[in-house]
Design a protein around this ligand. Sequence first.
Ligand SMILES: Nc1ncnc2c1ncn2[C@@H]1O[C@H](COP(=O)(O)OP(=O)(O)OP(=O)(O)O)[C@@H](O)[C@H]1O
Ligand SMILES: [Mg+2]
Length: 311
Amino acid sequence: MTDQAYIQINELTRKFKDKVALNQINLTVKQGELFGLVGPDGAGKTTLLRTLAGLLTITEGEVLVDGFDLRKDPESLKSHLGYMAQEFSLYGKLSVLENMQFFAELYDVSPSQQKERFPKLLEFARLTEFQNRRAANLSGGMKKKLALACTLVHQPPILLLDEPTTGVDPISRREFWKILNNLHVQGTTIMVSTPYMDEADRCSQVALIYRGSIVECDSPAAIRGQLAGEMLRIITSDWLRAREVLLPLPGVKEVQSYGEALHVLVDSTSIRTRAVEKALTGNGLEIKEIREITPRMEEAFISLIRKMDRA
Ligand SMILES: Nc1ncnc2c1ncn2[C@@H]1O[C@H](COP(=O)(O)OP(=O)(O)OP(=O)(O)O)[C@@H](O)[C@H]1O
Ligand SMILES: [Mg+2]
């Protein structure tokens, strides 16, 4: 990994008529980085990835990839990039292998290169034994892995993956990320959008995008470290009521709900835990669980987005 910018995004704006989908975005992605892009629905993730893939024009600003200007030289960048769309479409009637052949031809991968690469890609995606199965008959996780294999047939040094694991079961998700980690170790530069915070935690850098702007861009540890305070996990007999009781207490900065549990950000657990317990029981709430937890990306991001909403 070098320290030089591999993808440099300067003041990038993309509008759809009056709608500003990307608002003066600045981002630097270094070579070999596993770069996560997270943000809620409609934040601009797909717009950013499609712009980088050269599929959407730039309204304002510039994008440099490996020194090439995306605006001036989109064709020479095509071989650099592998783009996997959010709604990636495979050909259901074609087999696994035939789908890979289709993409290989699209990217001028010669038959001899195909012969050399396909077994490796199939192995990599753990699809070797399914190579003759029709794509339509694959499981959801296998379809995603096949889509990734198709994206890799021309061996692009940069991968742009738009929510590649959404809707995939947890075991297949883990397997997919193992593949991404292998690619990362081999030096591929990867930009991946995800709605899953545990996936964001696996990246070397993460950018949070919200309403078309980059709210934060840093390593997962640095983003987690921004949460000023300590976190209590509390389960009571009534989380809604508990939330109301806790919010006005001194030292309580934020209350996030996770199913029946509340994650309560306080300035200091050693100072506040007793008062929190007292307030809950004093209001007739039974405490089923209360313990300190280490904040994750999820809590950090929700906190950042709430700050944006308040601003
Ligand atoms: N072709 C288009 N025409 C008009 N508006 C668009 C178009 N594509 C996207 N938008 C708008 O731009 C904004 C960003 O959309 P985008 O698809 O990039 O979000 P996203 O972060 O990928 O969301 P999701 O998580 O739902 O995939 C949204 O407000 C969307 O409605
Ligand atoms: Mg999207």
